[in-house]
Design a protein around this ligand. Structure first.
Ligand SMILES: O=C(CO)[C@H](O)[C@H](O)COP(=O)(O)O
Length: 301
């Protein structure tokens, strides 16, 4: 099948390469002329035959919004746009409606697999009309793992990005649990081999998983992670998961705590904990640490 790929970064570039490896013809467009096959979206559309399929793999938010808008002016009735970025599921309905006015079809696709996907295949979760999903099925089949699985048509427009958002929320919780286990074993004076413990858990245990494999890989490179700062960014999916949990009155304490742990990681100091220290001092005369003190760490202090 021939398709256009918009965005040839770490994800889009590797996906285009995997599709080509599997015999598909990909015309790629990127702002970086070094990696782009064409100079503009208009040129990309001109290189495809109707009915066209264009896969967007650009950052969520404004970059995706403007690409959808521009494509709406370039594509014809019967063409198909697939948004494979990490867009908010609420945006999918807006994008689908804007394109529908011109007869252009829309499918949202959550894509998981990171930089390993080119080799291992990706997990693809899609939302949209059955006939649109069926039309792009050869592309989904090429992107998913060779051994099968890794694909779901989760529902109508928005469902693909909704389940990808939940997947990423679960990812937050799982990573936070491994992180806390790491810190606890390191803090104890009873475990001599923390990397070896994680490594042993890769076989036979309840917590064996790809995230655990990746943690072991990181610990092989730096057993105490001394080269890293304890600072973690987020790109929005955890926030959307927590927001969706609030909207549906679904208790999601693990995912919420994992998100808040990332916020805390970005603080040099904790204004909230200053308030705790101030209040303990006010009501009980308890000692405080000043800005220049080394904090005294004792159990339960
Ligand atoms: O989709 C992904 C993995 O499944 C991305 O890596 C995602 O960006 C990770 O989210 P965050 O940056 O918020 O940790």
């Amino acid at each position: 099948m021939k398709l256009g790929m918009v965005g040839l970064g770490k994800m889009g570039g590797n996906m285009a390469a995997r599709l080509r490896d599997k015999g598909h013809e990909v015309v790629g467009y990127d702002f970086d002329p070094q990696v782009s096959d064409v100079g503009s979206l208009a040129e990309l559309v001109g290189r495809l035959e109707a009915p066209r399929t264009v896969w967007l793999m650009v950052p969520a938010g404004e970059p995706t919004d403007s690409a959808v808008e521009e494509l709406g002016g370039l594509l014809d009735a019967g063409d198909l746009v697939i948004d494979g970025g990490n867009s908010h599921y609420v945006k999918d309905r807006e994008h689908a409606d804007a394109l529908k006015d011109k007869g252009v079809h829309y499918v949202d696709a959550g894509v998981s697999g990171g930089v390993w996907g080119r080799e291992n295949g990706y997990g693809i979760m899609v939302g949209g009309a059955a006939e649109d999903v069926a039309r792009a099925r050869p592309v989904f089949d090429a992107l998913t793992p060779d051994e099968g699985g890794g694909f779901v048509h989760a529902g109508g427009v928005g469902a693909g990005h909704f389940v990808k958002m939940v997947h990423n929320g679960i990812e937050y919780g799982m990573m936070q649990a491994f992180a806390e286990g790491f810190e606890l074993m390191q803090a104890s004076d009873i475990v001599d081999d923390v990397p070896g413990t994680f490594d042993s858990w890769r076989e036979g245990t309840v917590v064996r998983s790809w995230l655990l494999d990746l943690l072991v890989r990181a610990l092989e490179e730096d057993p105490e992670l001394e080269g890293l700062r304890g600072y973690a960014q987020d790109s929005g999916e955890g926030r959307w998961t927590v927001q969706a949990a609030v909207d549906h009155a679904v208790p999601a304490p693990a995912i919420t705590a994992a998100l808040y742990a990332r916020f805390a990681s970005r603080q040099e100091d904790s204004p909230a904990m200053k308030v705790i220290a101030a209040l303990r001092n006010q009501f009980g005369g308890h000692a405080v640490a000043t800005a220049t003190d080394d904090p005294v760490r004792t159990p339960r202090s």
